[in-house]
Design a protein around this ligand. Structure first.
Ligand code: GRG
Length: 299
């Protein structure tokens, strides 16, 4: 079996586990309020690369974490991610009509319902994280809940989005751009890695430091590549509107560094991410493959 086939099989099997959990635990559209439940499922199911869940599972491999806990953690993070996409697409924010190759949630269900979809997906994420048993030590579970709240709140993703909204038509320095993306995109990616690792045996302080460096670097790499793809790819390949950043006059890695340097930067970040994983020996394999996948993806 080639390494690529092996990775495809592993990621396919993680995605199937996740999809089954989401199918089973998202409220059924036969339950009132039917349209809200239908719209929540529309926003979450059958779409996306599931990068954050894959990262949680890959980090779980470092610490022999049980699949049951990883599934709940990964699914909860994906709910927060889906929530952020629904709100991000609203007319008051990015005003987009296409997401994951289909009409955005508010185009399909209306703005008011899309707002509620985002709100209720966020609540559901914390309902799952607190309602299932994730760890023998309840303090560890509480830590994970706290971590996801921090990552999605005003000092994480939500705050990053606020800075992003203010930055349109403004110039940002590279450190300012980096600070924004470490929150807006990086915080949830970081949470996925760290929470996956928290489902198993405790990490040593050195391991913790290395994993944290991997998670921060990868969060940034993800956004650099997102900016490159927005500039280079077409709408059909991305499943979302291409060229939006330039059209909206948003500062991006491409607008600040240029396309070629932004690509070089993403490769530099990839090698830093790989170096951070060295202390984990053979257990680092899936995290290494995912970093490679994130930097070399085409959508
Ligand atoms: C969630 C607190 C909170 C507030 C909402 C709207 C918003 C604030 C934040 C937006 C955050 C956002 C949309 C960041 C962009 C991150 C990003 C690059 C998304 C694309 O992720 P992919 O490529 O998407 O993983 P798929 O569709 O593959 O899942």
């Amino acid at each position: 079996m080639t390494l690529q086939t092996d990775f495809d099989q592993w990621s396919g099997s993680v995605c199937k586990t996740m999809e089954d959990f989401l199918q089973q635990h998202l409220p059924d559209p036969s339950i009132v309020p039917r349209q809200l439940h239908e719209a929540m499922r529309y926003a979450v199911l059958d779409g996306g690369k599931r990068v954050r869940p894959l990262l949680a599972f890959a980090a779980g491999e470092l610490v022999e974490a049980p699949t049951t806990a990883l599934t709940v953690v990964a699914a909860s993070i994906e709910l927060i991610h889906a929530y952020s996409l629904v709100h991000d697409d609203l007319p008051a924010m990015d005003n987009d009509t296409l997401r994951r190759g289909k009409p955005t949630c508010h185009v399909r269900f209306g703005e008011a319902l899309a707002l509620l979809v985002g709100d209720t997906l966020q609540s559901l994420a914390f309902q799952w994280l607190s309602g299932f048993s994730l760890h023998a030590d309840p303090r560890q579970q509480l830590l994970m809940i706290h971590q996801l709240a921090l990552a999605s709140g005003s000092r994480g993703m939500g705050g990053g989005q606020a800075i992003d909204l203010q930055s349109t038509d403004n110039t940002l320095s590279l450190p300012e751009l980096e600070a924004m993306h470490l929150k807006k995109t990086g915080a949830l990616i970081r949470a996925a890695v760290l929470m996956g690792a928290e489902c198993g045996r405790p990490l040593t302080p050195t391991e913790q430091q290395h994993l944290s460096q991997y998670a921060n670097t990868l969060g940034l790499a993800f956004q650099v590549v997102d900016d490159v793809l927005d500039a280079e790819m077409d709408t059909a390949t991305l499943g979302k509107t291409a060229g939006k950043d330039a059209a909206a006059n948003k500062p991006t890695y491409v607008s600040i560094m240029g396309l070629s340097q932004a690509k070089d930067f993403s490769r530099e970040l990839l090698s830093t991410a790989h170096e951070s994983l060295v202390p984990f020996g053979h257990r680092r394999r899936r995290l290494e493959e995912l970093a490679h996948f994130i930097v070399n993806r085409r959508s």
